[in-house]
Each structure stands twice: as C-alpha cells, then as structure tokens.
Design a binder for this molecule. Structure first.
Ligand code: HEM
Ligand SMILES: [Cu+2]
Length: 641
C-alpha cells in the first residue's frame, strides 16, 4: 500500500442512502431517516432536554423578576408570555417527550422485541413532536423586534382559560401559535400512544405474559391508554377555540350564547389525566431502579401494577377539583373532593411498596437511587399538599396562590423530573456503553435537591401568606420579599446543578468507565445484551420463564431469601436460537428500513399551521406535503428486499 494517499472518500447523498439502508452509515442522514426505536429514543431525549434548558431559562427570567419587590426587569406583557411558555414547554415539550424517550429506548428491549410495532409511525410521532415544538417557539419571533424585547409568544397561561384566550382579550397571533402547536403535539402523542399499546400487547417475547412484564412497561401501557383517551378531549376544545379565534364562532363567547366554563371543564377533563401521563412514567422508572439498588424484587409487584391501572381509571373522575371556585355548588365540589381524596389510596400503595422494597435490602447508594429516593420524598410532599387542595374550604384559600405553584412543582419537578433523572443515570450506560461519573452525579443530585427545596418550599409559605400566582411584581412590606429572594437563589442553584449534569455527560461520553452489558447487576432483559445495543437488539429472541427472568438466571435464593449466584453456564441460556432467514446481512435479521417519508409527512403540519394564521394557500401546500409524504410512505416496502 506504500504511496497510496488516504484521501477521505467524499460521501454522496446516494452513498449515504445506500449505507443508511445497509444500517452502516452513522452520519446525519441516517439519523434523519432512522426508524430504529433506540435512535428515536435518543432524539426524543436530546430534543426534550434542549426544551428543558429553554423552559429552565424562562423559569430563571421569572425568578429574576420576582427576586425583589417592585422590580421592572420584565414588563407585565413579557412576564405573561414567559410564564405561559414556561409552563407549556415544561409540560408538553419536556416531561411528555422525555417520557417518550424512555418508552422508545426501553420498551422493545424490556419485552424482548426488535423494535416497536410501527417503526415508521414512531419516526412520524417524533418528527411531528419536533415540528410542533419548533412551531410553538416560533411565536417568540412574531411580536416585533425580539432584540428590543418584543416577543409574540402566547400570554394566556398554560391552561389558556376562555374568555382570556379569545381575540378580544388576547389579540395577536400568540394564542393561535399555542393552540395550533398543541394540536400538532397532540397528533404526535396519539401516534405514540397507539404504537406502544400495540407493541406491548403483541410483541412480547415467548413466555413474557402480562404479569411477567417489568413495571416500567406496565406504566407505559397505562400512560399510552391515557394518551389515546385524553388527547382527543383537548383536541376538541382546541378546535372550538380555533373556530372562535379564526372563524368568529362562539363556543366560549358568553355575549353570544357561548359558555366560557365549558373550556375549563374540557381542559381539565384532559388536564388531570394529563398530570398522570406526566408522573406514571417516572413512577415506572423508580419501580425499576429501587429493586436493582436494594437487590430485592419490587415489593408487592401486582399491587404496584394494579394501583397504576387504578390511578389510570380514577384520574377521569376528579377534573373539577381545579374548579371549586367557579361556583359549581357544594354537592359537586364535595363529590369531586371525595373522588380526589380516593386517588391518594393507589398512590399511597405505590409509595409504601417502594419503601418496603428498600426495607431490609442491601442498598448500594448510587446516583440513580439518590434520584429515586429524592422522587419519593418530594412526590410525597406534593401528594400531601394535593390532599389539602382536595378539601374544598382550604382550597378556597389556596386556589391561584403560590401554594398551588409550589404543589404542582413538587409533583412535576420533585416527582417527574427527579424520576426522569434517575432513569438517565440508570440507563445511560446501556445506550452509550459508558458510566456517568458517580462523583459528579452526586454533586448534581445534592445541588438540585437543595436548590429545589430552597425554590419551592418558600413558595408554600408565600402562598399561605396570600401571594397570588401570575403577578408580575409585588409591593414591599407584605412579608414576601425574603421568601422570594430565597426562591430565586434556589432556582439558580438548580441551574448550577444542570450545568454539573451537562459536564458529567460530556466528560463521561469521552472518558467514562466502560459499562459492559450489566453494570448494575440488574433484573430485566435490556441488561442481557451489549451496551450500546446492536441495531437488532437481540441476536436471538429471549425465552422468558418468570418475572425478573434475567435475575433468576443469575441468582437463586438461600433459606433467608438472600440471592446466591448461580455458577455461569449452570442456568438455561437467556435465549433460544432464532431462525436464520439467510439474508446474509451479517445477522440474518429482518429490520425495518430507514425512511424519509415520516419526516416529510409531519413537515406538512407546521405549514398548515402557518397557513391557518397567515395565508390559506399555505394550508393547501401543507396538506399536499402531508398527503404526498403519507402516500409515498404507504408505497414504500417496509423492509428492503
Ligand atoms: C427549573 C426550575 C423551575 C422554576 C424556578 C420554576 C418557577 C416557576 C414559577 C415561579 C412559576 C409561577 C409563575 C407565575 O405564576 O407568575 C412557574 C409556573 C409554572 N411552572 Fe415552573 N419552574 C421550574 C420548573 C418547572 C418544571 C420542571 C415544570 C414542569 C414539569 C414546571 C411547570 C410549571 C407550570 C405548568 C407553571 C404554570 C404556568 C402558568 O401559570 O401558566 N416548572 N414556574
Ligand atoms: Cu387535577
């Protein structure tokens, strides 16, 4: 080879497509056209983390404004737009898609499948979410010169109560971007929900009956059912609001016979199941992490499963607890008070079963466990303050105060975000092949845990001292200044913890300890395959004989129930030989082919959205892009011949 010059080969589009189809190309095109659940999971994770940074920045702007009385860092108009986008972003562009990241990364591996049931639909749901998030944030740039602080984002709060959202009170296009953006995101969630229901019910490995499924898979199933029933409710309400704003209808215009309260009923009929869509995935993660780091099976597995299912059903009967002060009357209020208190029972069952799992276990204090214990502690406080809300007379005092703001951050941040971080630290090794640093991980945890409590516990006090939410500033002398300053200090501590996390990820990706297949000595199937997993996941389809099948192939129990290792080779192999379809692509396994059609089809939605706001012709263009994308998708062969 002497004299040969190693000029890099120029990669043409054709090369990229060919190599992508062969599954060997790692460039940008292979990510854009991927239908691999693992890659889609990573893209959901990265995009939602980006929006977490955006939502976090918005939170810091809010906290700077409220750091001291009579502040004018933000104008009232800017403030309304920023808290609206903060809430909307954190709920729809962070917690929901970050949960979808875990669904995508884990469910096929945990049930012993090679991918989800509909890989291209999976890519479609990701790109629709992606375009929905971009579309929503585009609104920031439509309010004039953003460098002068003119922002056009929606300003009616994350639950967009009518008549505030009608043109009369919210002129401009901010609310139009909000309602159309939510519609687009709703389509992404629906596509994902159906995909995971079919995957979980139809693609489990031989022997994996429903009650041998990992808890996380159960919580994914319940969440997916909640998604396919809840998203249509908000979709109808958003259509009604769209008709009121764009076509002069009067669904919510009381002056013309409309019913403003109808919006609240529809929003919360969606909204309360929505909060369980936000928390159940994190509950599933915690139910996987605790057994691994206490080396004990999850205590009361069937009860944890059924309590999740019960929560799924009961979440539909409590929505009006958000509306006690709208004049529904004492009978209705009491009924919703009782139905709300009842939900604490299945939630309590979970918390006690998590504690019982830790009890008497041989605990290894690793970062995933820290975040799971943080979850349990903070979520419990959130749950208990929820009980105080369910009691009608006390809610009359608390409604629309900072006590409510503290409550939902306790459950959404203290619960969902802490749970999601526990999952990131637990499964990062599986999908990168590297361990995250424990030292930086624990520093992240303590900074976030202390910062979190310094931010939101003062808000509990502020609420009981009567500070209303959604006020841009407040006078001195009300006893609110110290607590607000403390809360702002806490918020910056949270921000510092996120910087520590980002540093940990960057360093560990490059120099982290090599993970190997099963770094935590865990219990479920994803730990039986290499880290990161190969495109086809399992060389041979696993045969499952029990719950925590992998654990029982590694350990038996002594008389005291302590795990005793089974000598290597003494237990049946995890998998049975799969048939080889002789496709000669090195592993002889059918894999769905990459495709650009899901992306093209979903790109039609933002175009339709812009058309609805600016020019009907663009609606036609968007519809054409959508239909062409769907048509070519249907004509595409599912797997390459
Ligand atoms: C990073 C730390 C965070 C801080 C410092 C923070 C701070 C705040 C504050 C001060 C408000 C009240 C604004 C007002 O009523 O005037 C607020 C509202 C809100 N936050 Fe956060 N937040 C944070 C993270 C989160 C997370 C992780 C979530 C959800 C997962 C979230 C969801 C919400 C929602 C839904 C609202 C209501 C917005 C509205 O009234 O329309 N926040 N946040
Ligand atoms: Cu609720």
């Amino acid at each position: 080879m002497a004299g040969a010059t190693l000029t890099p080969k120029r990669v043409t589009m054709a090369d990229a497509v060919r190599e992508t189809r062969a599954g060997s190309y790692n460039g940008i095109w292979s990510w854009i056209s991927t239908v691999d659940h693992k890659r889609i999971g990573i893209m959901y994770g990265l995009t939602s983390f980006f929006f977490f940074l955006v939502g976090g920045l918005e939170a810091l702007l809010i906290r700077v404004q409220l750091a001291r009385p009579e502040n004018s860092f933000l104008s009232p108009d800017q403030y309304n737009r920023i808290f609206t986008m903060h809430g909307t972003t954190m709920v729809f562009l962070v917690v929901m898609p970050m949960s979808a990241a875990f669904f995508n990364l884990l469910v096929p591996l945990m049930i012993g499948a090679r991918d989800v049931a509909f890989p291209r639909l999976n890519a479609f749901s990701f790109w629709t979410f992606f375009f929905g998030g971009i579309f929503m944030n585009l609104s920031f740039f439509t309010g004039g010169n953003i460098l002068h602080g003119d922002i056009g984002a929606p300003d009616a709060g994350w639950f967009g109560y009518a008549p505030l959202t009608l043109n009369k009170f919210s002129p401009g296009n901010g609310v139009n971007y909000w309602l159309i953006g939510l519609q687009i995101l709703g389509i992404a969630s629906l596509a994902g929900g159906f995909n995971f229901i079919v995957t979980i019910l139809n693609m489990r490995a031989p022997g994996m009956s429903l009650f041998r499924m990992p808890l996380f898979v159960w919580m994914t199933l319940v969440t997916s059912f909640l998604l396919i029933f809840a998203m249509p409710v908000i979709a109808v309400a958003l259509f009604e609001l769209m008709f009121d704003r764009l076509f002069d209808a009067n669904f919510f215009n009381a002056a013309k016979g409309g019913t403003p309260l109808l919006w609240q009923h529809m929003f919360w009929l969606f909204g309360h199941p929505e909060v369980y869509i936000l928390i159940l995935p994190a509950m599933g993660i915690v139910s996987e992490v605790l057994p691994t780091f206490s080396r004990k099976p999850l205590f009361g597995y069937p009860f944890v499963v059924f309590s999740g299912v019960a929560i799924g059903f009961m979440s539909w009967g409590v929505w009006a607890h958000h509306m006690y002060t709208t004049g529904l009357g004492s009978v209705a209020n009491s009924a919703f008070g009782v139905s709300t208190i009842l939900i604490t029972i299945p939630t309590g069952v979970k918390i006690f079963n998590w504690m019982a799992t830790l009890w008497g276990g041989s605990i290894s204090f690793k970062t995933p466990l820290y975040f799971s214990i943080g979850f349990i502690a903070m979520f419990t406080i959130g749950g208990l303050t929820g009980v105080t809300h369910s009691i009608v007379p006390s809610d009359y005092q608390q409604q629309d105060t900072y006590y409510v703001v503290a409550h939902f951050h306790q459950v959404l941040f203290g619960g969902a975000i802490f749970g999601l971080f526990s999952g990131i630290y637990y499964w990062f090794p599986k999908f990168t092949g590297r361990m995250l640093s424990e030292a930086w991980g624990k520093l992240h945890f303590w900074l976030m845990f202390i910062g979190f409590n310094l931010t939101f516990q003062p808000m509990m006090v502020l609420g009981l001292l009567g500070m209303p939410r959604r006020i841009v500033t407040y006078p001195d002398g009300y006893g609110w200044s110290f607590w607000n300053a403390l809360a702002t200090f806490g918020a910056f501590m949270i921000a510092a913890s996120i910087l520590v996390f980002i540093y940990n990820v960057i360093v560990s990706l490059r120099k982290g300890e090599i993970a190997g297949e099963d770094p935590w000595d865990a219990r479920t199937l994803e730990w039986t395959i290499p880290s990161p997993p190969p495109p086809y996941n399992f060389a041979v389809v696993p045969q499952v004989h029990a719950l925590d099948d992998f654990w029982h192939r590694k350990y038996t129990e002594d008389a005291e129930g302590r795990p005793v290792p089974i000598p290597a080779g003494a237990s049946d192999p995890v998998a049975v030989a799969d048939h080889d379809d002789g496709h000669g692509d090195g592993h002889g396994i059918h894999l769905p082919s990459p495709s650009y059609m899901p992306l093209i089809a979903s790109a039609g939605f933002p175009l339709i959205g812009l058309g609805l706001i600016y020019d009907a012709a663009l609606v036609a263009v968007g519809a054409a892009v959508l239909v062409v994308g769907l048509y070519l998708w249907v004509l595409e062969p599912p797997t390459e011949a």
